[in-house]
Design a binder for this molecule. Structure first.
Ligand code: ADP
Length: 246
């Protein structure tokens, strides 16, 4: 299968400490992938590298038809070529409604006044409605985002990222702070999103990872320790040792 993202031999050190150490793995075009690993394994640094926030010392991150190397591209350009990142804390506009937040994202214009002053185009409204339905907030469109539950804010932010039609969505610990019901809905949203794009989820919660029903990559000390189904990796002796701190 051709790949969407291919990380090869990537290393980065901070003050002589190798946070990412000869990391290599790849993600397919409409693939869901979970990345797990103990604290300090390099999960955040990996996402920082892919999104252009951190420049590695060595290696390449090839993208799309593999003719583009993301290393050296700035964050804005990487976002434009189709990589969206959801941080752990939602960053929606709390004073604006769900509708207004989604419309701003669809129009890719983050200034509320310019978005709301002009009458929205039919195609933008249709996209807002489709996104609201995808994230399960169709009945909340008029609500101020600040009044939403934690889970609903997370879904709204996922919807705002999907509005940009990313080919790869990186999601950092989506289950944190969510109720069981919210987690289940989040899994549904991410699975639906992964039908048409790659979705990479960094997550500690193993029940959540299990529900994603996807290939799992285990990072440890900045490298891939194991890869495969969740059952496969959790039976791996090296993974058990790392998680139990042996
Ligand atoms: P994870 O997300 O898996 O918990 P991180 O990618 O945050 O791991 O960190 C990997 C290692 O790199 C950790 O030991 C962390 O302390 C170190 N590290 C990450 N970013 C920096 C930085 N900017 N300066 C110094 N050390 C860092």
């Amino acid at each position: 299968m051709s790949q969407l993202l291919e990380v090869s031999g990537v290393s980065v050190s901070f003050d002589g400490f190798k946070a990412i150490n000869n990391l290599s793995f790849s993600i397919g075009p409409a693939e869901m992938r979970a990345i797990i690993g103990p604290n300090g394994a390099g999960k955040t640094t990996f996402m920082d590298i892919v999104t252009g926030k951190t420049k590695p010392d060595e290696g390449s991150v090839l993208w799309g038809d593999m003719s583009k190397n993301l290393i050296g591209m700035n964050e804005a350009k990487i976002a434009r070529i189709g990589i969206g990142r959801k941080f752990q804390r939602p960053t929606v506009f709390e004073d604006q409604s769900v509708f207004e937040n989604l419309l701003m994202a669809v129009k890719n214009d983050r200034s509320p006044w310019s978005v709301l002053f002009f009458k929205p185009k039919f195609k933008d409204l249709a996209k807002v409605e489709a996104l609201a339905s995808e994230i399960g907030l169709s009945d909340q469109l008029e609500r101020k985002s600040g009044e939403l539950s934690h889970g609903q804010k997370q879904w709204l932010e996922i919807g705002m990222l999907l509005a940009q039609d990313p080919q790869l969505l990186l999601v950092d610990e989506p289950a944190a702070g969510m109720t069981l019901g919210e987690r289940e809905h989040t899994t549904d949203i991410l699975k639906e999103a992964a039908k048409t794009r790659a979705v990479v989820v960094v997550e500690h919660d193993m029940d959540f990872v299990r529900r994603l029903e996807c290939k799992v990559t285990v990072l440890h000390e900045g490298s891939v320790l194991a890869e495969g189904s969740l059952d496969h990796v959790t039976q791996n002796k090296d993974v058990i040792d790392v998680y139990l701190g042996r």
